[in-house]
Design a protein around this ligand. Sequence first.
Ligand code: GLN
Length: 472
Amino acid sequence: MKETAVSILENIRKGSLEMEDYVFKKLELIRKKDNIINAYISIDSEDFILDRISEIKRNIASGKKMKIPGLVVSIKDNISTNFLPTTAGSKILENYIPPYNATVVEKILEEGGIIIGKTNLDEFAMGSTTEFSAYGLTRNPWDITRVPGGSSGGSAASLAYGSCDLSLGSDTGGSVRLPASYTATVGLKPTYGTVSRYGLIPYANSLEQISPMARSVKDLALIWDVIKGYDEKDATSVNNNYKSNSKFKICIPKEFIEDSEPPIRSTIYKLLEKIENEGVAIEYEGKFENLKYALPAYYTIAFAEAASNLARYDGKLYPISSEGLSYKEMSENTRRYYFGFEVKKRILMGVLALSEGFINDYYIAATKGRRIIRDEILNMTKNCIVASSVSPILPPKIGERIKDPLKLYAMDIYTVVANLAGVPALAMPAGFYNNLPIGIQFMAGPFEEEKLISLGSLVEEITGLYNLIAGD
Ligand code: GLN
């Protein structure tokens, strides 16, 4: 039987697996592989981990029920931890240690998870390849000449080479799903409001959710169960009202697949055939009329929100301080030297989209596009789970896409829809082509995460593509 997080957990509970041995093996693997892959920005010390294990053991001994005792978790470096720096992949937050933990981090600690380190990302989660990090790019463990996807590329790579059991990323426009698809892992962007954003360094608040990742859907269910739920510290948090697991059919509007590379199209259609053979109805004729609005609406809204969020980095509050300078000099210096090129570009474009004379043509128009897309997908997910490609292309070579921003942004065409609409979406392995992973996406209606998880569990049983570790 394959070693999944679920089976590791069973062995830990039975006492047949020693937590120390298990975690130290992971640390050894990180030491061996991470100088090439660069999935992590920071790693816990052995002493810290030993203390943590003693604490978990004390809790077990005192009869405390925990959901993931001893499982090893990596966390994207835009999620606040008060025991490890939280850089958001930016020089502007180098060595910044937040004074508090994100709610999701508190929950993971409470349930016995061992947080092994913080993972690499595009600066402020702005990107699709993890090449825009101030801490070096992350490589795809399946082919180190290629990108792992982004912006949660560090989380995906950390899972793909086996250095942890579970991971947290964030997904503003596809940032856990694209990396999941490029690394043969699994990522779930939950319904907006279901996971607390308290402690997430914001990029575009109205679009993003902290999102779980794992090497199988069944493993992912473990961490989803830990992190979901209302949090009074997040004003957009909602009281959950998850729909029970009713029967479903799948539809695949051609707009969601036809422009994908041929091996992606054929892999997905072949998989759908197999799913159909298991008795799930599939509808191939549907249309999704408004996909053309998705990228312009998403990028305009994301840039506008980013411009407003990143205004706080003026050199006053966060680590870089330039004493003795006027406010103007201080903020100019900080921004000029400590933001990367892509971030500066997005701030400028966001300011433009919001400025008088342009706001109607850009920001307001984008919110209308968002509404149209939201209405269409809500309508469609009433009757079915929408299947699609995750990415129109196979994992690109390092350097290939970042030269042309439009080509880079086009990679997100199928994923941004769920963020614009606030609905949940799951990305998981569908197959391989020339040893490169190909993913499939399933989108459902609001609060239908359980439906996605049961469909995903069925799909991974059909494909056998779960708990894959690159290089095994
Ligand atoms: N690639 C998208 C962007 O750059 C999505 C990033 C994300 O989900 N954080 O905005």
